[in-house]
Design a protein around this ligand. Structure first.
Ligand SMILES: [Zn+2]
Length: 198
């Protein structure tokens, strides 16, 4: 048996159940989470392989395309823009989810409002023309949240050594690293239930 096939068989023997749908479906395939396309030159971390059933792997195909594109696009690393694999992500998005590609540069007014909303100011000497702000279709949120859920279920399985039940709830939020208001509001430790504000 070829090495790859033997490795796959051993993985399936060790992880017989899909970890994404409550542990009731037999695993038929190995899912890489986060997807390998999220990483430059496919230099993805090893050991982030998870047992999945065909349904769970197939159901996140479009979410994965949207997630990988935006993770790479928001990286602000110019190298991404010349990578052949980033070009593939662009075609993947345009072929499958054209509405979720950047919807053009925001108007000056739109940029002004976005900066205010994010608690940001232009650096001295720069004008709004320099602000790289684009419009995004709000339907993107549903794709990102579904994929975040998949990542959470994978990490739960990895860290807890058991499959999250269908009754588990996942809280996911996302935003841009430069969004000061998001960082202050959503990434602060949450108050515990019943705790009084001082
Ligand atoms: Zn499943």
């Amino acid at each position: 048996m070829a090495d790859g096939k033997r490795k796959k068989e051993r993985f399936k023997a060790e992880h017989p159940w899909c970890c994404f749908c409550g542990g009731e479906a037999p695993a038929t395939t190995i899912d890489h989470i986060p997807a390998r396309t999220c990483f430059r030159n496919r230099e993805y971390p090893h050991g982030f392989e998870f047992p999945a059933c065909d349904h769970c792997q197939g159901a996140s195909r479009l979410d994965e395309i949207a997630f990988a594109f935006w993770v790479r696009a928001l990286d602000h690393n110019d190298d991404n823009l010349t990578d052949k694999d980033f070009d593939k992500l662009i075609s993947g998005l345009l072929n499958n989810l054209p509405d979720l590609a950047p919807q053009g540069i925001a108007s000056r007014n739109g940029k002004r409002q976005a900066l205010r909303r994010m608690g940001l100011r232009m650096a001295p000497g720069l004008t709004l023309d320099h602000a790289p702000i684009v419009n995004i279709d709000t339907r993107l949120h549903a794709h990102i949240h579904r994929y975040a859920r998949k990542i959470a279920l994978a990490l739960y399985y990895r860290e807890q050594g058991r499959i999250a039940k269908a009754s588990h709830r996942v809280l996911a939020t996302w935003g841009q690293a430069s969004d000061q208001r998001f960082l202050q509001r959503d990434l602060q430790p949450r108050q515990r239930h019943g705790e009084q504000r001082g």
